[in-house]
Design a protein around this ligand. Structure first.
Ligand SMILES: Nc1ncnc2c1ncn2[C@@H]1O[C@H](COP(=O)(O)OP(=O)(O)OP(=O)(O)O)[C@@H](O)[C@H]1O
Ligand SMILES: [Mg+2]
Length: 491
């Protein structure tokens, strides 16, 4: 039995007279209720403000009249009221629901389902209502939808050997979205599995966009664009195939999350951006400024909705940049938004396995021990200033990105000149050298780079004390992202 049918069946078995079903999928819910009703041998009656109550006159288009009629006629079975939510700010409707609840409790043979696309249960009737938030189709339902869609349109190309992966990728979409995306993704006979999966992921991107505060981060960054940080790269490589269905079925524990902390400009955000292309799963960045902005209701509610949305598009990576701000912590680790903090920790514990959290933090001393405790994140990495070898790697990556040939440069000299620099500063020097040479209509060379470098004062000079403090704090609590470990930046 699907998760949806289970939820509906349990509500009926628990004899709740009023069940509020929160879902945008009215048709699917109605079908589910009819199925449960058929199993229980009870009739189904529907209501909408346009049609009124089945078999009754137009007066029952008013929700109060409809409920009065149900009570007066002692109607039994399952009554489905579609889109009642907009009427719930009316006192008479609320009173009618309370009376239906009392009457239903006494009779015990009637369930009124309020099927609504919005979640707005007024405080006044919260106690009377059994609330269900029905998730989008589970894997069994998705397989049925695939079969049905394929049967209805024989021209669709749904490769037999890809059905399992397609099923997993379609999780989080509604029934209609699934049918629509299958039509689009599989209409080309030539399409291979990867093209079909790409199409599905792009549809998911649209679903998430609608939520407002989650932003799709395109899989544009390759792991090769990170210089150094070998421990971290190894870690990511080893987990490359863990989000496939085969790995899940084989019982391989799916990684939960990664926290990267460290000195500014050393590649934390860059490393996160490479995960999605390496693991081939979509990544969404949670914009906490929008969550806290109040534009989407209270921060707690908006945060809850963001987590629900990301759950519905699993498998996915959830990127939370500067988690110390996201969790509502100030510089000293005091909690300014403790509800969010505690609900995040609980969620991390219970979240569906196919969501991977990639978090970054700068003010690491602000992170409370609960966040760092083993079991929350699989690994906590510390990104320090790059070592001599790593600086050479970073220089090479950015020289190539700026159309220069690394062989034309004296790396020994550049390594010395960049001692104590972070990756962002190295990148900036190369971009400046290129810009200045471009002004003179020529490619940039070693001398341009040296001139620019001699003018740059790295962060590590101006923030020496802070960096020392971050290091001593981090090395006892985190794994070095660099294979050169503690001695990295000094070399
Ligand atoms: N290890 C690296 N390899 C290649 N490029 C790097 C590296 N570190 C930093 N950079 C360059 O510097 C830019 C800024 O780095 P990034 O945003 O990842 O730093 P960060 O650690 O997230 O800093 P912040 O704490 O300020 O957010 C990157 O986009 C990249 O171009
Ligand atoms: Mg960053």
């Amino acid at each position: 039995m699907s998760e949806m049918l289970n939820m509906l069946q349990n509500a009926v078995a628990g004899r709740s007279p009023i069940v509020y079903v929160f879902s945008p999928e009215e048709e699917r819910i109605l079908r589910g209720i009819r199925e449960i009703a058929a199993q229980n041998g009870t009739p189904v009656i529907t209501w909408s403000c346009v049609r009124g109550l089945d078999g009754e006159d137009a007066a029952t288009q008013s929700p109060v009249e409809a409920i009065k009629t149900i009570i007066a006629k002692d109607t039994h079975g399952m009554i489905v009221m579609c889109d009642l939510a907009p009427f719930l700010n009316d006192n008479k409707t609320l009173r009618a629901i309370r009376e239906a609840y009392n009457d239903g409790r006494a009779k015990g043979d009637r369930t009124i389902f309020l099927v609504c696309a919005e979640n707005i249960v007024p405080e006044a009737i919260k106690k009377e209502i059994h609330f269900l938030e029905v998730p989008t189709p589970d894997e069994n339902e998705i397989v049925d939808i695939i079969k049905k869609t394929a049967a209805e349109d024989s021209s669709l190309n749904i490769p037999e050997d890809a059905v399992r992966e397609i099923t997993l990728a379609l999780k989080g979409l509604t029934e209609n979205e699934i049918a629509y995306v299958l039509q689009r993704a599989c209409k080309n006979k030539e399409s291979n599995k990867d093209e079909i999966l790409d199409e599905i992921f792009s549809e998911k991107k649209n679903v998430v966009k609608k939520s407002g505060f989650l932003e799709f981060s395109p899989p544009r960054w390759k792991i090769e664009s990170i210089g150094g940080l070998d421990n971290l790269k190894q870690w990511l490589f080893k987990r490359q195939h863990m989000f496939t269905r085969e790995a899940v079925e084989a019982g391989v524990p799916v990684p939960k999350g990664l926290l990267m902390m460290g000195i500014s400009g050393c590649g934390k955000s860059l490393a996160v951006k490479t995960i999605s292309s390496l693991w081939n799963i979509p990544m969404f960045r949670l914009d906490m400024n929008l969550v806290f902005s109040g534009m989407y209701g209270s921060p707690e509610e908006a945060f809850h909705r963001a987590l629900k949305t990301i759950e519905s598009v699993a498998p996915a990576v959830l990127w939370i940049d500067e988690i110390e701000n996201a969790l509502g912590l100030d510089d000293s680790g005091q909690r300014i938004a403790s509800h969010i903090f505690s609900s995040f920790l609980t969620w991390m514990q219970e979240k569906p396995p196919l969501i991977f959290i990639a978090a970054t933090a700068n003010k690491i001393q602000a992170l409370p021990a609960e966040v760092l405790r083993k079991g929350r994140f699989d690994e906590v990495f510390f990104c320090d200033l790059p070592s001599k070898e790593e600086r050479a790697d970073i220089l090479k990556i950015h020289l190539i990105r700026n159309n220069a040939n690394p062989d034309d440069f004296d790396f020994k000299m550049l390594q010395i000149m960049t001692e104590g620099w972070n990756g962002a500063e190295i990148e900036q020097a190369i971009i400046s050298a290129r810009t200045e040479a471009f002004y003179e209509n020529r490619p940039f060379n070693q001398r341009d780079l040296e001139t620019v470098m001699s003018r740059i004062v790295p962060l590590s000079d101006t923030m020496e004390q802070q960096i020392k403090a971050i290091r001593s704090w981090a090395f006892s609590r985190a794994t070095p992202a660099s294979k050169y470990g503690k001695s990295a930046a000094k070399r």
